[in-house]
Ligand binder design. Sequence first.
Ligand SMILES: Nc1ncnc2c1ncn2[C@@H]1O[C@H](COP(=O)(O)OP(=O)(O)O)[C@@H](O)[C@H]1O
Ligand SMILES: [Mg+2]
Length: 245
Amino acid sequence: MTIQPVVQVTGLQQGYGQKIVLSDIDLTLKRGQILALIGPSGAGKTTLIRTIMGMMRPRAGQVLVFNQAVPDRLLLARIGFMAQTDALYESLTGAENLTFFAKMQGVGHEEMTKQLTYAANVVNLQSALDQPVKNYSGGMKRRLSLAIALISKPPLLILDEPTIGIDPELRRKIWEELHRLAHDQGTAIILTTHVMADAEEADILMMIRNGTAIAQGTPTQLKADYQTNSIEAVFLAAGRQQDAH
Ligand SMILES: Nc1ncnc2c1ncn2[C@@H]1O[C@H](COP(=O)(O)OP(=O)(O)O)[C@@H](O)[C@H]1O
Ligand SMILES: [Mg+2]
């Protein structure tokens, strides 16, 4: 029996109106892998995430999630999603937001307290759970959005810029939890970042620049291929190659 990838993108082209934003994107994400989409602002990372989530129909090519073509509403129950822009109920408390989204993701009454405690713990929000979200700082809202993505322990996590506005100590803790989820529980994780340090934590990288993948592979492979010891140098070298073409 062959093991199906969790996410399979083939020959994807995507855009808005006349504008082409992504071309020739191919990627495979397996169970237990962490994939980081890395690239500067405007590269097309969020557009790719939205397409994998089924929020935009592929203009060309194919996107399969758990072997189903997207969009597929039923898939959403199996995906923990953190959007780049927080979508929270400002007048509700952190705990109420978590409970609301947990119910939507099918978390049962018996597990609710345990899951809520777990998710709030990962992002250090325990002490703020009873406050309305309108009193939260920007960083606290990001953390709550991440907790919401984690709350139902989904087999696929899709996180758009999860480390923005997170202090280094908490960032470390979040990475440890993402590693544990992927490597111990088999969770598949896609995240976007423009922070090179995040790239080092991922199992596979896809570097995106001007809507195309300029380099793809494990951090070790990429550094060897480009004969350098930093991911940032790989990105710059791959970018120069793209410009030369
Ligand atoms: N709703 C939209 N309508 C038109 N263009 C958009 C829209 N959203 C993003 N874009 C454009 O698509 C490109 C890629 O954007 P995006 O996917 O948000 O990049 P990233 O997440 O890497 O910063 C940019 O040029 C951006 O201006
Ligand atoms: Mg983005």
